[in-house]
Design a protein around this ligand. Structure first.
Ligand code: COA
Length: 323
């Protein structure tokens, strides 16, 4: 087997092999949009990586056994680290040689990543591939983010007694921004340990609310907001295979600790889902940190995973071992 810079005559093989995998996942999860099953869509993306020398291939006797491509991302996930990030469509290995192909591609790619100054390695996998997941776990990666999807069928929940559920208006800006600050602080706490994100300010909320298909659903106790769920029809930062104009994304949810376990989030989700079904959307997606215990308990009750994202922070990066 040879690992080489990707050659253009293998684009259509690569796209055909990867789209077969996506079609197989779509058979289990038909809510995944069809768009990415078109090989041309993948070829354009691979061409971009190839043009930047960020795409390797594994070949044997002229046959493509696999490929691995990446982006370089500064300040990855809000940290100081530069990362190499391999998207869900940016890798493939043929079933027969899967573990061996991934190992050798990762060995060569990670040499290049270190030479480019990367201090973190990240990859997104389709969620139905436990053998590739195991291979990366054994290489030192851990699960960090899950992208998940669901239909817009109604969910069954019980009412949150005494609370009002309604969409936010510009007048709710101050109270919402306070909640968002609490939400951002939540991620800095053990066992999550993420960097502090900038909370939304009233201007940002205004920009969000003026877009007609965006909604911020609030839960209020005596007119005081105690929880929210944000549905974004335009800028949802989910994995690419589920980005589609018919998919509504959730990009924030928070309920004050004193109100948790009273089905507040379930009622916010239910309200959003019912509205977007009526607006003609096809499905709803969310991405959440698997390292966030509250999110890991809540979302899987209602959503099915489509992608798992893994992260590795190498213990030391100097191949001579001298530092
Ligand atoms: C995640 C979060 C929004 C859930 O809010 P919530 O109002 O407590 O959730 P609900 O009461 O609607 O929970 C719905 C169901 O999930 C279960 N559930 C929710 N959180 C749970 C937890 N931490 N442990 C076990 N079960 C949990 C509830 O028991 C309920 O199940 P049931 O219908 O069988 O009774 C809330 O914990 C929170 O704000 N966490 C901090 C911020 C955060 O992690 N946001 C997620 C963003 S990705």
């Amino acid at each position: 087997m040879y690992i080489l810079p990707f050659e253009a005559n293998y684009f259509s093989d690569a796209a055909a092999l990867w789209t077969l995998k996506l079609k197989s996942l779509r058979r289990q999860q038909p809510m995944i949009p069809e768009a990415f099953t078109q090989p041309q869509r993948l070829i354009e993306k691979l061409e971009y990586l190839q043009a930047h020398n960020h795409l390797l291939m594994a070949v044997k006797d002229g046959q493509l056994l696999g490929y691995l491509g990446w982006y370089l991302v500064e300040q990855f996930r809000g940290t100081r680290r530069k990362a190499a990030y391999v998207p869900e469509w940016g890798h493939f290995a043929t079933e027969d040689y899967k573990t061996a192909v991934y190992r050798v591609l990762y060995r060569i790619a990670s040499q290049q990543w270190t030479a480019s100054g990367c201090e973190a390695h990240a990859i997104t996998l389709l969620a139905d591939d436990p053998s590739v997941e195991k291979s990366f776990f054994w290489s030192g990666f851990g699960l960090i983010v899950i992208d998940a999807i669901r239909t817009l069928d109604p969910i069954s929940t019980v009412p949150s007694d005494g609370l009002t559920i309604r969409p936010a208006t510009p007048e709710d800006a101050e109270a919402y921004c306070q909640l968002d600050e609490e939400h951002c602080r939540h991620y800095t706490q053990p066992p999550i340990f993420m960097p502090l994100k900038q909370a939304d300010d009233p201007q940002k909320l205004h920009q969000f609310l003026i877009k007609p298909l965006n909604r911020l659903w609030l839960a209020l106790d005596e007119n005081i907001p105690v929880g929210y769920m944000r549905f974004d029809a335009y800028d949802f930062d989910c994995t690419e295979i589920i980005q589609d104009e018919n998919v509504i994304g959730i990009n924030g949810a928070y309920v004050r600790p004193a109100y948790r376990g009273r089905h507040v989030a379930a009622n916010l989700l239910s309200a959003g889902i019912n509205e977007y079904r009526q607006l003609g959307f096809a499905s709803c997606a969310v991405d959440f940190e698997s390292i966030n215990p509250e999110a890991a308990d809540f979302w899987p009750r209602y959503f099915s995973p489509v992608c798992h994202s893994l992260l590795r922070i190498p213990e030391q990066l100097d191949p001579t071992g001298s530092s």
